[in-house]
Design a protein. Sequence first.
Lengths: 113, 113
Amino acid sequence: NAGVTQTPKFQVLKTGQSMTLQCAQDMNHNSMYWYRQDPGMGLRLIYYSASEGTTDKGEVPNGYNVSRLNKREFSLRLESAAPSQTSVYFCASSTGGDTGELFFGEGSRLTVL
Amino acid sequence: AQSVTQLDSHVSVSEGTPVLLRCNYSSSYSPSLFWYVQHPNKGLQLLLKYTSAATLVKGINGFEAEFKKSETSFHLTKPSAHMSDAAEYFCVVSDTGGFKTIFGAGTRLFVKA
């Protein structure tokens, strides 16, 4: 049972390059999320998708776009990468609702030079 | 508005001694509260959650937390630390909609032999 799978696990970009982080879950969850983790700041929500066909901004959406491709897949795109986007990115999923446990992928470490 | 404060960025204990990781929260609603653990280079894993049932919540690996509304606290404890408990721990508050999830900055637990 794979759970939440993110690709790639590591990526180095130059400033201005674009890339897409892929995420897929096999738990039939309705809701999916993208977070970034920076030292001393916990996890901050970038975008989320409450259900298939919907996406909403989180706390730090600037410089990112997302696509909920289907119920399983939720991608995060950086159109023009900046050094401030150097971070570890986590995808998560949940059943949704107020008591939903978040299930996390193992993270994607992105460095922007 | 919701917020969560983890009172210690680092905690160091000796193996076999008790663990206390402190968390205070602020929420306009009846919150759901969670503790997650992150081992090095891994995703986050749920330790335990409070969702307005019993105020003393038991989680995995011998951890437990007590919800104290009067003190707006949700401290994580374990009677006896094990070397494998060394990790980063995150206190999380979520509103009734489930999508406004706020992470604390994290507490790194060190366990000395």
